[in-house]
Design a binder for this molecule. Sequence first.
Ligand code: NAP
Length: 470
Amino acid sequence: MITGLIIDGCERAGASGRTTPLINPATGEVFCETAAASAADVETAVAGAQRAFEQGWRDLAPGKRAEALLRLAALIRENAEEIARLDMQNVGKPITDARAEAALGARIFEYYAGAIARLCGETIPVAGGGFDFTLRQPVGVAVLIAPWNFPFPIACWKAAPALAAGNCAVLKPASLSPLSALRLGALASEAGIPPGVLQVLPGPGGEIGDALVTHPLTRKVSFTGSTAIGRRIMELAARGLKRISLELGGKSPNIVFADADLQKAASSSPMSVFGNAGQDCCARSRIFVERPVYGRFVEKFIEAARGLVVGDPEREQTRIGPLVSAAQRESVEEFLLNDHRVLGGERVGGRGFYLRPATIPGCDTTDKVWREEVFGPVACIRPFDTEEAMLREVNDSPYGLSGSIWTNDLKRALRVARRVESGVLSVNSHSSVHVEAPFGGCKQSGLGRDLGMSALEGYTELKNVFIAEE
Ligand code: NAP
């Protein structure tokens, strides 16, 4: 297990010597300690990344960069079980989910290894003659700040496009979940990616975050986390006019029309909000059901939710593991306090931070639990009568990340998809993340996009070059 900082290709203790204890959410017990970076480590890591950038990574032939990323992807596949177990132990992720996420990490590096060849400029017929073309150049040192809910895939979907475009990066995992990111840093070295290209710095965000964002040598900040910290990063980044991309909170709708395949919608909807114990920015936690099928939907939803196995993340049949921490569970429970409508929501087991999924039918649009991001396994359901009224309620939220529409009427699906204020949306499906497609939000859910070609372009500077021909 890697527990030190990864700086310039080596594992080392932090300059301050401080460490962070990690608690296994399934047991509530400390299982290891990792080094905690301080401002002095930020200096060393950023200087090392800048050196690696200037001394070769930015100028490496695209094919060579692609080969390096493919070697890293292969190593991720070889070590997938170990990576999955790190996230299982570190954040309580069910092992089947953790395995899928480790494999996703490998796919992301494979995709961006291929995408390098498609990072094209264009030639532009400028009016006065001459030859004009654009170049996509790396921006320099990128700061990648990741949350704890999907530690490995989010680290990969930030690091892969950053490196593919020729940047070097300092990756700061969440303090609760540094282990798989540290493993990624070590695997990058094994894959022959030069020292300094990918630095991994676990440490308290409140302390080293500002130093990373305001450092004169960092040129881009890609952040995934809460809206409050995103706002702070935007303010700090404005001082240095840095590029930013922010993937923030959500309160996504799940819209079920009466003509939908009700069985499919109702049986798949519980995992769209309770998956990852509800700690998912895309959780479809506001469910709108057209009145004629409301009663039947709620019945089927509750039946499907009851069938979800809550428990030990190591068991293959577990669908819902513990919440990440005692504090996270308490913050979810506060939303349920004294609400007589709640079905479920009880603690499970004598140890660990388990909570049975909670369903709240008949929610009102003014309820706190309906309006705020819970980041736990809580589903709110409400009937609707007309498309117009429903859309007003859907968009009456500060967030705009994801969502689903269930209908067999294609025209309606298109009409509603256009009107929902969100960055991603799915029809007759609950999937939000596709490696090849842009992912991100609007309004208080953030700006900029991860994944797809959009993310790759986001790590580049678009330069225009004009060559006089006379
Ligand atoms: P968070 O508290 O905002 O933390 C996210 C990351 O930011 C962590 O690495 C954290 O480090 C770091 N951080 C904390 N203070 C910082 C500062 N002043 N400057 C720079 N970095 C700082 O969020 P979280 O509790 O980990 O994650 C939950 C939130 O993330 C939810 O709102 C969720 O919706 C959102 N999220 C969004 C997406 C998306 O794609 N839109 C995906 C996943 C999660 P420490 O851990 O050391 O504090």
